[in-house]
Design a protein around this ligand. Structure first.
Ligand code: NAG
Ligand code: NAG
Ligand code: NAG
Ligand code: NAG
Ligand code: NAG
Ligand code: NAG
Length: 398
């Protein structure tokens, strides 16, 4: 009896020791992971002050409005200058090639910190506005979904889409609807991302030409985000810019309601890929490149940790700021006109309602997170050029 009891005691002691060891192990791993996350500088490489000179090539229908919100917020909270469209314009000359004179105040101020509004890329002119040490980045989306989104959004604007009853019909015989010689009106209908980078969307898909253009983008742009992997992309962006976590946390801006997203037949997807073959090559290249960099710089475990941290913080901010747990709202549901996004074509563009009763400081943080891009641009313009007439956002009814 006694010896059995002693045996049991020994047995429990061993279990207790094992549990203790296990706890220590878990704790150590937690602390280490935490340390690694808190100090991204730990892995070497990312040292120095945050990057503040940035050029973002804002491509169309690629989640780029979400990235724009990130840049506008950073500019506003750090008092940085933004290269905004001159006068009452809302684009930097798009779809014409960018010229420095499309920027407000360019004649007075040699250089700006941040450039991020829609433009067609033209490096020599961009360099007249941006400092030499500017960080260049952009974003691409799977061209099949990019085209699907364009079709709905620019349905009533683009001649090639105007007469096409559906994207299926358009892609079944695009030449019936699309006319090369009306390029500037039809930019949304073919290789639109290729066009935004300053290239010819109607160029033949010749291997040497395609490779040379991709190499050009590679030389100039330090990073190309991928919309399908936005959170992973933002983790890498934050690392490159040496920014705080909250700087890159954003809600989805300008998303469409489920009703305005079309499911495409498999043959339509195949046709979209070959109709936008130049975009497809660009996308494939930079998707591979993004994942190559993620693997090389973070590895899968650390990437998972950082993506989870980003998502957790987004959920936290959604709980703090947004009504109904952050469920996006359509235009009739958004009560505050200043938070109502611009509507276009056949798309319902969604936005957010803020929780009532926020204190002033929280309210300011939350408003910045949900402010639609036209309103935000008008707001920054008024701050930067208080003596100029306000940008007129007609649908606000001001
Ligand atoms: C912001 O920058 C402008 C000019 O660059 C300067 O006049 C102003 O004092 C700055 N404001 C703050 C709060 O730093
Ligand atoms: C930026 O580059 C241009 C052309 O290479 C050069 O003329 C200019 O001095 C540089 N400016 C700075 C601030 O380095
Ligand atoms: C394309 O547009 C040009 C100029 O508007 C016109 O002259 C030409 O006939 C059009 N071609 C087709 C195939 O519609
Ligand atoms: C993009 O890269 C990821 C990771 O390698 C891969 O899973 C995915 O299939 C790629 N997408 C395309 C369209 O190539
Ligand atoms: C907005 O959403 C509400 C609730 O889902 C719906 O009843 C209404 O028809 C929608 N309005 C528009 C313009 O889509
Ligand atoms: C909050 O902002 C409103 C309007 O700007 C102002 O009237 C009020 O005094 C502010 N409250 C606090 C506590 O700062």
């Amino acid at each position: 009896m006694v010896s059995t009891l002693g045996g049991l005691q020994r047995y429990f002691r061993v279990i207790l020791l094992l549990l203790l060891a296990l706890t220590l192990l878990v704790l150590a791993r937690f602390l280490l992971t935490d340390l690694e996350l808190v100090t991204p500088l730990f892995g070497g490489q990312a040292k120095g002050p945050p990057v503040t000179n940035i050029m973002f090539l804002k491509t169309h229908k690629t989640a780029s409005s979400t990235v724009l919100n990130i840049l506008y917020r950073f500019a506003e909270t750090h008092n940085l200058s933004v290269a905004l469209p001159a006068g009452l314009h809302v684009h930097l000359g798009y779809p014409r090639l960018f010229l420095a004179r499309y920027v407000e105040g360019v004649e007075l101020q040699q250089h700006f910190n941040i450039m991020c509004n829609h433009l067609r890329f033209n490096l020599p002119e961009v360099q007249k506005v941006m400092p030499n040490n500017t960080f260049y980045f952009s974003i691409l989306r799977n061209p099949v979904f990019q085209l699907e989104s364009s079709f709905i959004y620019y349905k009533t604007y683009t001649p090639a889409f105007l007469r096409a009853p559906s994207l299926d019909a358009f892609l079944a015989s695009p030449r019936t609807f699309y006319n090369d010689s009306r390029l500037l009106k039809n930019v949304y209908a073919k290789n639109n991302m290729w066009f935004d980078f300053g290239f010819d969307p109607n160029a033949p898909r010749e291997e040497g030409y395609v490779r040379a253009r991709i190499a050009e983008v590679e030389r100039r742009f330090q990073l190309v985000l991928i919309a399908e992997h936005l959170d992973e992309s933002l983790v890498l962006l934050r690392r490159r810019l040496r920014w705080a976590l909250d700087d890159v946390v954003a809600f989805r801006i300008n998303a469409r309601s489920a009703r305005s997203v079309t499911r495409l037949a498999p043959e339509t997807r195949e046709r979209a890929r070959s109709w936008c073959a130049l975009d497809w090559r660009l996308y494939e290249h930079f998707n591979r490149s993004l994942w190559g960099q993620l693997r090389a710089e973070l590895g899968p475990r650390r990437l998972r940790g950082e993506v989870e941290r980003l998502r957790a913080r987004r959920r936290e901010l959604a709980t703090l700021c947004l009504q109904d747990g952050g469920e996006p709202k359509n235009r009739t549901q958004i009560r505050d006109l200043r938070l109502r996004p611009y509507q276009s074509g056949r798309a319902d563009i969604l936005g957010y309602n803020l929780r009532p009763g926020l204190d002033n400081q929280t309210l300011r943080v939350c408003q910045r997170l949900v402010m639609p891009e036209l309103q935000y641009m008008a707001h920054l313009y008024a701050l930067q050029f208080p003596e100029k007439p306000r940008k007129n956002i007609p649908f606000l009814g001001e």
